[in-house]
Design a protein around this ligand. Structure first.
Ligand code: SF4
Length: 322
């Protein structure tokens, strides 16, 4: 094999995580069981292709529950909702299906528990992200958002006898979050850690795979949408770990020919809300330009699955005693 052969290093794991798989299937099953239209509050997952495909099949995406006709079915997205949104849907007599990822629900439960126990919660995350709005809504009086390292300086002064814990959004950069936590602890030495990792397994695994490939990559492509937090973090991680350039693309057609100039090795991965077909399209695009060798680099294997919301699970058949 020539040392100058053009090749693709394909990250694994990549693409769909268990929470996204469950959320997309929730909308598909709801369409199947109840017929179109089925309403979905916000984008079910942050991916253009997925949202457009579900829209074509009869899903109607709305911003808020009050846009949905009385009695209709409404699916809550994978990113979670605040109790206020749940109450609003109830008051409007909507038939709700909750596609919140169980790993987001876990963080909500932590927020509720620390609130009950009298803590202030420092929530590391991105302002305006739906997940952060949902988690903050569980304990709005005591939750303070920390957005980036600068966010640490904007916090009020907590006294040493005030109980303080940090939680985080599930889709952050692991390294950046740890830097923020170090800075938080410098300012508040009595700050407690969460009981377990809030950054989910899928986000962590995808970042580890990017880190393994980035140092060898002249170019690192991440397939994902601009509003996908975990996908954007992968681009940042690729650059931090040595990729000479890195871009986020929704589709192969967005790859600019000039990005490939002088490039021999391309790293490729996809965000947790990206179907594999979009990665296949990118591989085909690259193969047409001479990148025919594809080496998959596997850093973890994932076997996690989540059950559908109760309302959509098949009814259990009760075996009659003979
Ligand atoms: Fe759940 Fe993580 Fe997937 Fe988000 S990225 S849906 S938290 S598994």
């Amino acid at each position: 094999m020539s040392s100058t052969e053009k090749k693709v290093l394909l990250a694994a794991p990549r693409g769909y995580c268990a929470g996204v798989d469950r959320a997309v299937e929730t909308v598909e099953k709801a369409l199947e069981n109840y017929g179109a239209p089925v309403y979905v509050r916000k984008e079910i997952v942050h991916n253009r292709f997925v949202v457009d495909s579900l829209r074509e099949r009869g899903a109607i995406f709305v911003e808020e529950a009050d846009e949905v006709p009385e009695g209709a079915h409404l699916v809550f997205s994978a990113h979670g909702i605040s109790p206020a949104v749940r109450d609003q849907a109830k008051s409007l007599n909507l038939q709700t299906l909750d596609a919140t990822c169980p790993l987001v629900t876990k963080v909500h439960n932590e927020a509720k528990r620390f609130d009950r126990d009298g803590y202030h919660i420092l929530l590391v995350g991105h302002e305006g992200h739906e997940e952060v709005e949902g988690t903050s809504g569980e304990a709005p009086e005591v939750t303070h958002l920390v957005d980036g390292l600068e966010g640490v300086d904007q916090l009020p002064d907590y006294l040493a006898d005030e109980k303080l814990v940090w939680l985080s959004q599930t889709t952050l950069s692991v390294d950046e979050t740890m830097q923020i936590v170090v800075k938080l602890k410098e300012r508040f030495p009595h700050l407690q850690d969460p009981p377990s990792d809030d950054i989910c397994y899928a986000t962590q695994n995808r970042q580890v795979a990017v880190k393994a490939i980035a140092p060898e990559s002249d170019l690192f492509l991440v397939v994902g949408s601009q509003n996908s937090s975990n996908s954007k973090r992968m681009v940042e991680v690729a650059l931090q770990y040595g990729a000479k350039a890195s871009y986020l693309v929704d589709f192969a057609t967005q790859i600019e020919e000039s990005w490939l100039d002088g490039v021999e090795t391309i790293g490729l991965s996809s965000g947790a809300s990206v179907p594999e077909i979009l990665v296949r399209d990118v591989l085909e695009f690259l193969a047409e330009r001479g990148f025919t060798a594809v080496d998959e680099v596997t850093t973890a294997s994932e076997k996690i699955t989540f059950a559908l919301p109760r309302e959509l699970r098949p009814a259990r058949t009760v075996k009659q005693a003979l």
